[in-house]
Ligand binder design. Structure first.
Ligand SMILES: Cc1ncc(CO)c(N)n1
Length: 226
């Protein structure tokens, strides 16, 4: 029988090509992404990831299973301390210092909507709802990175090859294995309406992923200032 997470991935699949052909990923592939787009992305993503790890901490507190708690703990460490390597690759590409760049970042509108979607589910619902909204984070990046590698021969000195290989590795698969185990287990006891919410959360976050890249590509900002 199809698991709910198979349905999520199946329904979301068409967005992978769209993200791949949008400006940000094309700029990344051709190494002509503008400095402004990279700066905007890094400012927003540093905050996105800081909140992502805080949401893991909320899930850790909701879980009553030691293996699951250890999984969340390892993910908090990954997001907080290790994913920075991919960000530094982008900072090196534009020849700027990462910590200087991320000073003064904000939750720009599209990032704001995405981050709040995850928090809303963490506070209003449970672990399955929240993880369904978080899963596109590892899933989309792995899919996009794999597609980049499959369809392009990136030269050894391609300035963003590290970024692509970082996200194309097994890290996302290991992580999604845990997510999906938890989501599918909890979904078994849910009503049809509640299961639909899980799928919707996943699909919405896939759209948020696309908007996040486009936000950086166009340097989307709030219109009114304090
Ligand atoms: C917005 C966003 N989605 C996914 C990832 C991959 O972890 C990231 N760094 N940022």
């Amino acid at each position: 029988m199809k698991q709910i997470t198979d349905i999520m991935e199946e329904k979301a699949l068409p967005i992978i090509d769209k993200i791949y052909y949008d400006g940000f990923i094309q700029g990344l592939i051709h190494a002509d992404l503008s400095e402004e787009a990279v700066v905007h992305y890094l400012k927003a993503d540093a905050l996105y990831l800081a909140n992502f790890s805080d949401i893991y901490a909320l899930l850790l507190a909701k879980s009553d299973n030691k293996d699951e708690k250890n999984f969340f703990l390892s993910q908090i460490n990954f997001v907080l301390n290790e994913e920075i390597a991919a960000h530094k690759n982008l900072a090196d590409y534009i020849g700027r210092d990462y910590n200087e760049i991320i000073k003064g970042g904000e939750w720009y509108p599209s990032a704001d909507h995405y981050i709040k979607h995850m928090y809303y589910n963490a506070y209003a619902f449970g672990m399955a709802e929240t993880l369904s909204g978080m899963a596109p984070c590892p899933w989309i990046y792995a899919k996009i990175a794999e597609k980049i590698l499959a369809e392009n021969k990136l030269a050894d000195d391609h300035p963003l090859k590290f970024w692509v290989e970082f996200y194309a590795g097994d890290l996302a698969k290991d992580c999604l294995h845990w997510y999906y185990k938890i989501i599918n287990r909890l979904a078994e006891h849910m009503s049809i309406a509640d299961r639909k919410r899980l799928v919707k959360n996943f699909l919405e976050s896939c759209e948020h992923e696309r908007k996040f890249f486009n936000m950086a590509y166009t340097q989307e900002c709030w219109e009114l200032k304090e």
